[in-house]
Design a protein around this ligand. Structure first.
Ligand SMILES: [Ca+2]
Ligand SMILES: [Ca+2]
Ligand SMILES: [Ca+2]
Ligand SMILES: [Ca+2]
Length: 225
C-alpha cells in the first residue's frame, strides 16, 4: 500500500517542480533608454516586437522609470498607456505642441483626446486597442549642484485587468507597445519593463494530482474501515 501511494505522488510532485522551475521573467529596455528624457513637446510610443510567451500566461508586469523629475515647477502630467501595437517599431515620437512655446502650458492626454488622431504621422493606426495604465505628476526636485537631491524612482505594477490586456495584445501579433504623453519635460535615468510569466497547468499534471489525491483518499478510507 505504501508503494502505491508513492508511485502516484512522486511523479506528481516532480511535474509540479518542473512547472515552477520554468516560470520566466522578460525584461525590456527602450532605445534610447530614457525615451529622450520625455520632452513635453512630444508623445512617444515604444513598440516591442517578437514577444513569445511560449504558451505561458502573463502573471505580472512592472514599469520602472529611474530618477524621474519634472524640469520646472509648472503643473504637469505624464499619461501612460498600454497599446496593442504602434505604427512604428522601437521608439517613435509625435509633436503634440506644434508652437514649441516655452514654457509649455498645454496638458492634454493625446491618446484619449482625438485632436491629432487623423494626422498622417499620428503614432497609432485607427482602431488600435489601448488601455490606460496610469497618469502621474512629478515634482521638480532635481538640482545637479546638490548631491543627493534627486528625483523619484517610479514603479508601476500592472493591475489584474491590465495584465489580461497585456496578454491579449501580445497574443495579437506577438507584439505590444507602451505610450507616453509627457506633458512637461521629465528628465530620467532610464525606463524598463519586466513581464513575469508561468506555465499553464497541464491537464496531465492535474490528472496526476487528482489521482494522487484519490490514492490518499482511498488509503485513508481503508484505514478507517
Ligand atoms: Ca506631450
Ligand atoms: Ca499586438
Ligand atoms: Ca499632450
Ligand atoms: Ca536622461
Amino acid at each position: 500500500m505504501r508503494f502505491i501511494r508513492f508511485s502516484l505522488l512522486v511523479p506528481t510532485l516532480m511535474l509540479l517542480v518542473a512547472s515552477a522551475a520554468s516560470a520566466d521573467t522578460l525584461t525590456f529596455i527602450p532605445n534610447p533608454a530614457d525615451l529622450g528624457d520625455l520632452d513635453h513637446h512630444y508623445v512617444y510610443t515604444w513598440r516591442i516586437d517578437n514577444v513569445n510567451l511560449n504558451g505561458q500566461v502573463v502573471t505580472g508586469a512592472t514599469l520602472r522609470i529611474n530618477n524621474i523629475r519634472n524640469w520646472d515647477n509648472n503643473p504637469n502630467m505624464l499619461f501612460i498607456y498600454l497599446l496593442d501595437t504602434a505604427k512604428g517599431s522601437g521608439v517613435r515620437s509625435f509633436v503634440d505642441d506644434p508652437s514649441f512655446s516655452a514654457p509649455v502650458t498645454d496638458i492634454t492626454d493625446d491618446f484619449a483626446n482625438t485632436r491629432y488622431h487623423n494626422n498622417s504621422n499620428w503614432l497609432l493606426a485607427a482602431g488600435t486597442s489601448m488601455t490606460k495604465l496610469t497618469q502621474q505628476s512629478f515634482l521638480k526636485d532635481y538640482n545637479p549642484s546638490v548631491p543627493g537631491n534627486q528625483g523619484t524612482n517610479f514603479v508601476y505594477v500592472f493591475t489584474t485587468s491590465q495584465l489580461q490586456a497585456l496578454q491579449n495584445y501580445i497574443l495579437n501579433g506577438n507584439n505590444f507597445a507602451l505610450g507616453f504623453d509627457s506633458d512637461c519635460h521629465y528628465f530620467n535615468d532610464g525606463v524598463s519593463l519586466t513581464i513575469e510569466t508561468r506555465p499553464v497547468p497541464e491537464p496531465t499534471t492535474l490528472a496526476l494530482l487528482g489521482s494522487g489525491l484519490a490514492g490518499l483518499y482511498l488509503r485513508r478510507r481503508r484505514r478507517m474501515s
